[in-house]
Design a protein around this ligand. Structure first.
Ligand code: S3P
Length: 745
């Protein structure tokens, strides 16, 4: 929020775009009483006066700064020292001076040289705004609105001086950020100075070539976009290149090094290398565009807060496909990356979780094309071809990425750190760190076994037999994936069947895996051979529509191409046991996974005691099943589901709290819940639901709204994008009445 301030007297030295825009912005907002101006050019001073930007000017710089409360020095970097020298004798005891230069180190040196080391009333600043236009007439009072201004205070900068400059920026709508002088110069060398240098250089090269007329005649989008900034002020940029020489040369050398590799790859026809550069750059640029769309650069990622306003809906109808299976999508990237050859994936889930896995492998040097409409091409590097990532792997909200990767990373020669968002940072990782330690891996977690996880590279692993203490496909997969790198045989027994996508897909890649009863075994020493993967629709995403259609009278929908792996169909079994009307049609096998179309018609459900053997088979679907239970006749009891308490949220608590808000008689127990259904005549009430940032809680209550008597407001739904991009559109198309409200957090 901009703050109302009143500065009696400002002197502005240098009447260019940046200084004039700041002054104009302060004036139109009524924040300054008097502005005096100075410029080397008499014309500029006259123009600024006639435009009403300044109240007076003088060719005597000393007279201009006399008694000013704030002096804004907005001159090219190399003019800084002479300007400071000429004002030194004229500034008052209270005068605060600030600048707007793109390099801070050289200005700090100039200030110390002129005013002495430790001068407290100079505040170094740099607005990240501007345009290739310059001069008085380009002044824009809104230039700084929602733009970053970086302030680089030094230890000796006085608090009062800093406060005045900060206020003068926030008053014109700028967002302030503090940085050290050296960090500023390093960041700006990369984000601003190098791009300008390249733009100038490219235009110069092309303009000098004898076909330049041709080039400029036909240079449309690409040339224009890339070189727009070469129309900026040459003097200003000459000065910046000189003043930030060391940092600019450092980034330029890095760039030249990488460019030489790209050149060689083009020369040698190494299209995989070229694709690697292009796909990594595209994904990085797409990521930045989201940031750029909001404001200027140097923007930290902000989470948008999204709420659903769900009004009572109508009967669901239609035949449609929900997005690809999340578990299979994760595994397709992991195994495709470790295979020899090129793996083609179709139906890939373009949700944030599986994209986090994809990005992690890009960070480890794998060339991955796409995703484009669910199509991904992975240029596998073989089991031993991953490279150390430049930074920690950021896995967002995705527990599957972190737990499965922990196993794979244990087998690598390099160290890796894995981090995640707030929810992931609270989830238990001891369950994977423990068996990995038994295999000889060195795995560190934060307190109480939480992320970040640090895996030390190069520790030799030995095969183990592991009895899973809980029914978890993630832990099973983690151990098996580590087993690919462990000496001898690795086996896992599970207390109850859990999803077996890892085992199936390993076989699909030609790796030998033995399953005997509840025991899975593999040996190291094999290799993965690239294959094609057709990812079926995710039964966990289909589950919301199965429940929606079941509870909403008159509904009749068909969900196409849904994965019906026997380890995932608990939701169908449970809804059928409750009286659901579900037909599994057109069963077929696609790439080692069973698939079918599922028709759901509404039915009056009845409460049941959910068989415990179904719990691992429906582990992700309970939030939706709870909604079905609320609409059933009689009592539904869930037991043996304590794992629900350590999912993206405590799903027992989150669902029970939400249902109680909507008037349902439900209580949570340690390992489940008891839900008294309101039956055929009843409905949910309206109310506000806290989804706990958990995608499945949000989507479950969206379905509940179908049978609500008043609007249901569901808070914090942004994470629906982790597993179900396009949920709102799809749900709305088939009869759910959903509106989205968004804002910044
Ligand atoms: C998953 C396994 C399950 C599930 C998760 C995905 C997987 O977790 O809840 O959404 O892809 O292996 P647990 O193995 O922790 O039960």
């Amino acid at each position: 929020m901009s703050k109302r301030i009143q500065i009696p007297r400002i002197a502005v030295i240098g009447l260019g775009l940046i200084g004039c825009s700041w002054i104009k912005a302060l004036r139109v907002r009524g924040c300054v009483d008097e502005v005096r101006g100075y410029d080397r050019n008499l014309d500029s001073m006259q123009l600024a006066l006639s435009e009403g930007l300044i109240d007076s000017y003088s060719e005597d710089i000393g007279a201009v700064v006399q008694n000013a409360d704030l002096v804004i020095v907005s001159v090219p970097i190399m003019a800084m020292r002479p300007v400071l020298e000429s004002i030194r004798a004229h500034i008052a005891e209270h005068t605060v001076i600030t600048d707007v230069g793109s390099v801070k180190g050289s200005v700090a040196t100039d200030v110390a040289a002129v005013f002495g080391k430790g001068f407290p009333r100079f505040v170094l600043g740099h607005p990240i705004a501007g345009s290739e236009r310059s001069g008085v007439m380009a002044a824009d009072e809104n230039l700084y609105v929602r733009h970053k201004v970086i302030i680089t205070p030094e230890p000796h900068t006085s608090k009062e001086a800093l406060a005045l400059v900060r206020d003068a920026w926030t008053a014109v709508g700028a967002d302030l950020e503090h940085m050290s002088v050296s960090h500023h110069d390093e960041v700006l060398a990369a984000t601003s100075h190098l791009p300008h240098l390249l733009a100038y250089s490219l235009v110069d090269t092309l303009a000098n070539s004898h076909e330049n007329k041709e080039i400029f005649n036909y240079a449309a989008g690409g040339f224009r976009d890339f070189t727009r900034i070469a129309a900026s002020s040459p003097v200003m940029w000459r000065d910046i290149f000189g003043a930030n020489k060391d940092q600019i040369l450092k980034t330029l050398d890095l760039f030249s090094h990488d460019l030489a590799f790209l050149r060689a790859a083009i020369e040698q026809g190494d299209s995989t290398f070229v694709m690697g550069v292009l796909t990594r750059a595209k994904s990085a640029r797409d990521h930045f565009s989201k940031i750029l769309a909001r404001r200027a650069y140097v923007e930290p990622m902000k989470t948008a807060s999204i709420s659903y306003i769900a009004n009572p809906g109508k009967a669901l109808s239609g035949s449609f496909r929900v997005p690809g299976d999340k578990s299979i999508s994760h595994r397709s990237i992991m195994l495709g990356s470790l295979a020899n050859g090129t793996t083609e994936v179709t139906g890939f889930l373009e949700g944030e979780d599986s994209l986090a896995t994809l990005q992690a492998f890009r960070d480890m040097g794998v060339v991955i094309e796409g995703p484009h409409r669910g199509r991904v091409t992975i240029h596998g590097v073989g089991l031993h071809g991953l490279q150390a990532p430049p930074n920690a792997l950021y896995l967002g909200n995705s527990g599957t990425s972190m737990r499965l990767l922990a196993g794979l990373m244990a087998g690598q020669a390099f160290d890796v750190e894995m981090t995640g968002d707030e929810s992931l940072s609270k989830r238990p990782m001891g369950r994977v760190a423990d068996p990995l330690a038994l295999m000889g891996a060195i795995v560190d977690t934060a307190e109480a076994g939480r992320p970040p996880i640090k895996v030390k590279g190069g520790s030799p692993l030995k095969g183990i037999h592991y009895d899973l203490p809980m029914a978890s496909a993630q832990v099973k997969s983690c151990v098996l994936l580590a087993g690919l790198y462990a000496e001898g045989e690795t086996s896992v027994t599970e207390p109850a069947p859990t999803r077996d996508h890892t085992e199936r897909m390993l076989r699909g890649f030609g790796y030998d895996v033995t399953v005997e009863g509840n025991k899975v075994t593999l040996r190291s020493g094999g290799e993965l051979t690239a294959t094609e993967i057709d990812v079926p629709s995710d039964i966990s995403s289909a589950a919301f529509f199965m429940v929606g259609a079941s509870i909403m009278p008159g509904s009749d929908i068909t969900l196409e191409h849904v994965g019906i792996n026997p380890t995932r169909i608990g939701v169908i079994n449970i809804l059928r046991a409750m009286g659901g009307n579900i037909d599994v049609l057109n069963e077929r096998e696609v790439g080692g996974e069973p698939v079918a179309d599922i028709r759901i018609r509404s039915a009056q459900l009845k409460g049941i005691h959910i068989p415990e053997d179904q719990v691992p088979l429906a582990i992700d679907e309970f939030p939706a099943i709870f909604i079905a239970a609320a609409c059933a006749e009689g009592e539904t009891i869930l037991t043996g589901a304590e794992e629900l308490r350590v999912k993206e949220s405590d799903r027992i608590q989150a669902m029970v709290d939400g249902m109680v808000t909507l008037g349902v008689n439900a209580v949570g127990t340690e390992d489940g819940a008891v839900i008294h259904g309101f039956g055929a005549e009843g409905s949910f009430g309206g109310g506000e639901i806290d989804s706990q940032h958990d995608h499945r809680i949000a989507m479950s209550f969206a379905m509940a709204s179908l049978r609500a008597s008043a609007p249901v407001v569901i808070r914090d739904c942004a994470n629906v994008a982790t597993s179900f991009p396009g949920f709102v559109e799809l749900a709305s198309d088939c009869g759910v009445n959903l509106q989205v409200e968004s804002g910044d957090e």
